[in-house]
Design a protein around this ligand. Structure first.
Ligand SMILES: [Zn+2]
Length: 171
């Protein structure tokens, strides 16, 4: 391990906006091989990352058989509730601290991997969030399950406009 922190080997992707939705330009095979991907109703999540905000969704439908209108936070967010299929509400996660629930030490990545190896791919449990979010750890020192982490963001001109804009650091 030559460096203390993980670096990305990717360039920021171009974004178009149609209505409220972002459309990502993802040139996998050069400009003529560009893949266009819309974030659709999940655009607030990706936009939030570039502004240093972690946005989750929750079900506010009082007729929902599971949430009864008092849903827990989902991260990654879902546009519609998996239990009642109604649109979910957005809420910012103010306290992004959590702990490492599981991890994989990645020494060799597959084709197209945009994170410089070695790195830890981590599953993080954040207080008040009912799901577990998958991300990567910026630190390269040895870790163990249960270690405390907090979210960090690639914002402004450093933003990639992908899920890589969310990372975690040891605290
Ligand atoms: Zn629901």
């Amino acid at each position: 391990m030559s460096k203390d922190k993980v670096e990305l080997k990717t360039k920021p992707s171009k974004i178009d906006q149609v209505g409220d939705a972002w459309i990502l330009h993802f040139p996998r095979f050069g400009e003529e091989g560009t893949h266009f991907h819309t974030y659709g109703m999940l655009t607030p999540y990706f936009k939030g990352l570039t502004e240093g905000k972690l946005m989750a969704t929750w079900c506010a439908n009082p007729k929902c058989p599971i949430s009864r209108g008092k849903g827990e936070l989902w991260l990654p967010p879902r546009a519609d509730c998996p239990d009642c299929h109604q649109p979910m509400e957005w809420k910012r996660i103010e306290n992004t601290k959590g702990y490492i629930y599981a991890y994989t030490y990645v020494e060799r990545g597959g084709a197209g991997l945009e994170i410089e190896t070695p790195y830890y791919q981590i599953d993080v449990k954040i207080d008040g969030v009912c799901t577990i979010v998958k991300s990567y750890l910026l630190d390269r020192k040895p870790i163990k399950i249960g270690d405390k982490v907090k979210a960090g963001f690639l914002t402004g001109k450093n933003a990639t406009h992908t899920s890589l804009d969310l990372y975690f650091e040891l605290i």
